[in-house]
Unconditional design. Structure first.
Length: 275
C-alpha cells in the first residue's frame, strides 16, 4: 500500500491503482468513496523513541538499532534572529529530511498503520500523502469508511501523528446525483468536495479529468509565454537547444501522469493538442 520512496513504485502507478478501482466500480454499478487525509508536518513528528521501539518490534538486528539511536539522538538546534542566537534545545522528534535513510525511517514509522478489514476498503499511501477508499453500495461505502477512520484515528493519536482535519477532503466517485453524508474523523464530518488534487492530478467525482486538463493547458501556455524569447522565430538559439527546452519544460508539464488521464474524452484532449 506504500508507494512512496520504494523502487518501481511511482506516483503514476499509485494514481493508476486508484483510478482503476474507481472505474471498475463504476462499470459494476458501484460507488467509491475516498477520503484524502492531510497529515501535518509528517516528517517532523516522527518521535525518536517511538521509531526505535518500532525498529525493535520489527526484529531489526540490535547493532543497526543502536546505530540508528546514535544517528537520531543527541540532535540540538538554535534559533537565530539577526545576530542573536537562542539557547540550545534538544530535538526529540523528526527524521533528517534530504537524507536517504530519513525516507526509509518514515516508512518504517507508518508501517503499522491499521489495515482495512475487507477487500472493498483500500489504503493508498505515498509517504505522508494518504488516501482511504471503499467501493460498493452507497450505504456500505460510508459504513466501511467510518469504521476504518475510527481505527486509524486511534492509531494516529497513539503515535502522536497530527491530521489537519480542516484540510482533509472526501470525494464520492459516482454517476448518481444524490450522494450520502460524508464520513467522519474524530466525530467530525470531513469536508466534501467534487474534486481533489492527489499526487499532482486533479480527480473529479466522475473521472472526466476536465479540470485537470484545463489546468495543464493553462500551465503549458504560461510556460510557452515565458520561454517565447528563446523559442520564438527571432532568437538565434539552435533547433536542438529549442527542442531540448521543449522536452525538459513544456512536454514534461503536458505529459505528467498521462497514462492516468490519457483516456479522457476527445473534447478535453483537444485542448492540449491545440496548445
Amino acid at each position: 500500500m506504500q508507494f512512496g520512496f520504494r523502487k518501481q513504485l511511482s506516483t503514476v502507478q499509485q494514481l493508476l491503482r486508484i483510478t482503476e478501482i474507481v472505474k471498475e466500480g463504476m462499470d459494476e454499478g458501484w460507488d467509491t468513496g475516498a477520503v484524502f487525509l492531510d497529515i501535518a508536518k509528517a516528517f517532523e513528528r516522527v518521535w525518536t523513541d517511538d521509531l526505535l521501539y518500532k525498529l525493535i518490534m520489527m526484529r531489526i538486528p540490535g547493532g543497526l538499532v543502536r546505530l540508528m539511536a546514535t544517528y537520531l539522538r543527541g540532535r540540538r538546534f538554535v534559533v537565530r534572529v539577526g545576530s542573536d542566537l537562542s539557547s540550545e534545545r534538544a530535538i526529540d522528534a523528526g527524521v533528517a529530511q534530504g537524507s536517504k535513510i530519513g525516507l526509509n525511517l518514515f516508512n518504517i514509522y507508518v508501517n503499522d498503520i491499521p489495515s482495512p478489514r475487507n477487500c472493498q476498503t483500500r489504503l493508498c499511501l505515498f509517504a505522508d500523502v494518504t488516501a482511504v477508499m471503499s467501493t460498493g453500495e452507497s450505504n456500505k461505502v460510508i459504513e466501511d469508511l467510518n469504521y476504518y477512520l475510527d481505527q486509524s484515528g486511534k492509531w494516529l493519536i497513539m503515535w502522536t501523528i497530527k491530521v489537519n482535519a480542516d484540510k482533509c477532503q472526501t470525494v464520492y466517485f459516482t454517476r448518481r446525483r444524490k450522494v450520502p453524508d460524508p464520513p467522519k474523523l474524530y466525530r467530525r464530518a470531513i469536508k466534501r468536495s467534487k474534486e481533489t488534487k492527489y499526487l499532482g492530478v486533479t480527480l473529479d467525482s466522475r473521472l472526466t479529468y476536465n479540470k485537470h486538463i484545463t489546468n495543464i493547458h493553462k500551465k503549458t501556455r504560461s510556460a510557452k509565454a515565458r520561454l517565447y524569447p528563446l523559442l520564438g522565430r527571432k532568437p538565434k538559439l539552435s533547433l536542438n537547444n529549442k527542442l531540448l527546452l521543449y522536452k525538459t519544460i513544456i512536454r514534461r508539464i503536458m505529459t505528467y501522469a498521462s497514462p492516468v488521464w490519457g483516456a479522457a474524452a476527445n473534447s478535453h484532449i483537444q485542448k492540449l493538442e491545440s496548445t
